[in-house]
Design a protein around this ligand. Structure first.
Ligand code: FES
Length: 356
């Protein structure tokens, strides 16, 4: 569908003086409009007007509400801060939850108008297994309680309530909807971390955890499913990438050319290498490159997962890339991929932040 073909939907019948008109351009060609008051969060005003916008933290830290300014002027609300980098800001990217409109604006969203309509829900799940799969990584498998159901897009994340602490921690499933009612998470153990302490000291099979979700704007864009894919994953940033790769495997039709570059600090910290190898066998169009920052053994690349990316990896201008890991890795991978010819709008990233 072209933008010219769409019917523009106005969802703010009362137009107050000094308000600005915001036009949302969704990736499926649907366009919607609403009005915002000065000094008010565009996200809050949009949600109040019934716009299907993605969000999670509402405080400028998770990037779920990221958009690209097409026309107009948007500034950060006084007293709020955004985690966007200067380079992202210069590319027109903004976080709607901490932004206000200074004029009528047109905003591009990298997801379709149907995506934000599914709201987060709370479900209970039993611990099925807790498996140590690297020096500092645990694979946590849950089974949703009878009668519970949670559908997510591969790449999105859930919040898990840490029992006895009342603290929420965000993790992306490495599994897909096909494995329902099982869900699998890869969790990095952090000294003193609330989830790490729970997993090491108190967690037992059959205990009940509460999950809410799904959240996030990082997910497989099926409209690009035939284009070559590049995945760059650092540490447990591998989890949403595995979910995306497995979903591509489950989709019908010819599989795209895929490159996965995955890395950890040392060979001992690496995990899921058998899972990756298995996927290379299932998907002949998938090539994996394993990287370590130090102590590289045979078959490893030395350096972070950005280091093996080469000119020959980007031969198609429609190549799409999915990045998940620490912010410096995402910044490095974004810069390198753009240098190699990947379009900025075809790069999707999720920052992985370790929490204590
Ligand atoms: S909703 Fe998290 S950054 Fe806006």
């Amino acid at each position: 569908m072209n933008k010219q073909d769409t019917v523009i939907e106005h969802n703010s019948p009362i137009v107050e003086e000094n308000s600005h008109k915001v036009t949302l351009n969704f990736s499926d060609g649907v366009t919607k409009q609403f009005n915002v008051q000065p000094n008010k969060s565009i996200l809050d005003e949009g949600l109040a007007a019934g716009m299907p916008l993605l969000y999670q933290c509402r405080s400028g830290s998770c990037s779920s509400c990221i958009c690209t300014l097409d026309k107009g002027e948007i500034t950060t609300i006084n007293g709020e801060s955004s985690t966007l980098l200067r380079s992202e800001h210069e590319l027109g990217q903004r976080l709607l939850c901490v932004s206000q409109a200074e004029a009528d604006c047109s905003i591009d969203l990298a997801y379709g108008s149907e995506v934000g309509t599914s709201s987060a829900q709370e479900v209970n799940a039993f611990i099925d297994s807790i498996e140590h799969i690297g020096v500092n990584t645990v694979r946590l498998t849950l089974e949703l309680a009878e009668g519970s159901y949670m559908e997510f897009r591969p790449g999105q994340f859930m919040q898990i309530n840490v029992p006895g602490v009342g603290t929420l921690r965000s993790y992306s499933p490495s599994s897909t909807n096909k494995e329902f009612p099982k869900m699998e998470f890869l969790i990095r153990l952090i000294p003193g971390g609330v989830m790490s302490t729970y997993l090491k000291e108190r967690a037992e099979v059959d205990q009940i955890l509460t999950l809410t979700g799904p959240y996030g704007a990082f997910f497989l864009r099926e409209e690009h499913k035939r284009a070559p894919h590049i995945f760059v994953a650092g540490g447990t940033g591998l989890a949403p990438i595995l979910s995306i790769i497995d979903t591509i495997r489950q989709l019908s039709g010819v599989k795209p050319k895929m490159l996965l570059s995955f890395g950890c600090a040392t060979p001992e910290a690496l995990f899921c290498l058998d899972d990756i190898q298995l996927r290379e066998q299932w998907l002949p169009s998938l090539e994996a490159r394993i990287c370590v920052d130090q102590g590289a053994k045979e078959g490893h690349y030395l350096g972070n997962p950005v280091s093996p990316l080469q000119e020959a990896d980007v031969t198609d201008p429609n190549t799409v890339a999915y990045l998940c890991g620490p912010q410096p890795m995402i910044d490095g991978a974004t810069a390198r991929l753009i240098e190699l010819g990947v379009k900025a709008e075809n790069i999707f990233a999720e920052q992985f932040v370790a929490s204590n």
